[in-house]
Design a protein around this ligand. Structure first.
Ligand code: ADP
Ligand code: MN
Ligand code: MN
Ligand code: MN
Length: 319
């Protein structure tokens, strides 16, 4: 297993510097989404100087505008971020150098050194998110070895994107300390291995009230009519990334066909078992890719499910 040079540095040596008194100075780390729409960058400044705006382009503004139109509906989201831990050379963490680990089956929610690869980073990330005020609400080991998931939510409106992007930043930063890479590629290992998605759970005020299942079903009918619009919005390459993942196998639906069902993980959209029983709650859109932009995904859901007039195709997708 290769170890990143920076991970070999003794972290206890750093601690004596972190313990030095700082006086009243505060360090502020500014985090932004880079030009790829997928990557994150950061820089740090001492807070008493004004931060110059970097004029960055991201899709938060459009999301915020659409969310402001539906404020009364109190749109809630919860996103399930799947990711894969890689060694610093890109090899899946803990996988044998020649060949493959045993087939999928024991790894999902697995416990034990032969089933859970890299839990140190997962637990450190969870704590760091709680400390930072990120609304992380759970974590689990995924189907493919060295693949994990954390959930963020429920968050209202544009806050969903804010919290998920910050959770991703913290993940990359924590992994850096361990000499690991957190990959959000939707299909990091081709073949008979699960891909990585970012299931998006959504509810409006009406859906959460008694008998809200009707509102959920109405939203799903609208979604059925706009499948391709959503596929374009659900990965940063307008559907090309998800084409590798949404094969109809490995608990996914086929990319070219919309389907909905109860408690069926092979559907585009799923009504969770408990929601069907209580006749209210939320639904789960299983299509977004692990590397989706949560601002774009949540905006698309609100446009289709909650805006009165259909249409207003966003300008930023060409395909
Ligand atoms: P799964 O069974 O698909 O693995 P998880 O437990 O991983 O589901 O994730 C469920 C997600 O649903 C969480 O992010 C949670 O915040 C979110 N959620 C729960 N209730 C609601 C709701 N009423 N509206 C929107 N999201 C919700
Ligand atoms: Mn989940
Ligand atoms: Mn999952
Ligand atoms: Mn899910």
């Amino acid at each position: 297993m290769s170890v990143a040079a920076s991970a070999k540095l003794n972290k206890m040596v750093k601690q004596q510097y972190l313990d030095l008194p700082q006086g009243d100075e505060v360090q502020a780390t500014y985090v932004w989404i880079d030009g790829s729409g997928e990557g994150l960058r950061s820089k740090t400044r001492t807070l008493d100087r004004e931060l110059k705006s970097l004029g960055e382009t991201n899709l938060r503004d459009g999301c915020r505008r659409i969310m402001s139109l539906v404020e009364k509906e109190q749109p809630w989201f919860g996103m399930e971020q799947e990711y894969t831990l890689l060694d610093s050379d890109g090899h899946p963490f803990g996988w044998p150098r020649n060949g493959f680990p045993g087939p999928q089956g024991p790894y999902y929610c697995g416990v034990g050194a032969d089933k859970a690869y890299g839990r140190d980073a997962v637990e450190a990330h969870y704590r760091a998110c709680l400390y930072a005020g990120v609304k992380i609400c759970g974590t689990n080991a995924e189907v493919m070895p060295s693949q994990w998931e954390f959930q963020v939510g429920p968050c209202e409106g544009v806050a969903m994107g804010d919290h998920l992007w910050m959770a991703r930043y913290i993940l990359h930063r924590v992994c850096e300390d361990f000499g690991l890479i957190a990959s959000l590629d939707p299909k990091p290992i081709p073949g008979n291995w699960n891909g990585a998605g970012c299931h998006t759970n959504f509810s409006s005020h009406d859906m959460r009230q008694e008998g809200g299942l009707k509102a959920i079903e109405a939203a799903i009918e609208r979604l059925a009519k706009r499948h391709h619009y959503h596929i374009r919005a659900y990965d940063p390459k307008g559907g090309r990334d998800n084409a590798r993942r949404l094969t109809g196998h490995h608990e996914t639906s086929k990319i070219d066909r919309f389907s909905a069902g109860r408690a069926d993980r092979g559907c585009s959209v799923r009504i969770p078992q408990a929601v069907g029983e209580e006749q209210r709650g939320y639904f789960e859109d299983r299509r977004p890719s692990a590397n989706c932009d949560p601002y774009v995904v949540t905006e698309a859901l609100v446009r289709t499910c909650l805006l009165k007039e259909e249409g207003e195709e966003p300008a930023h997708y060409s395909q």
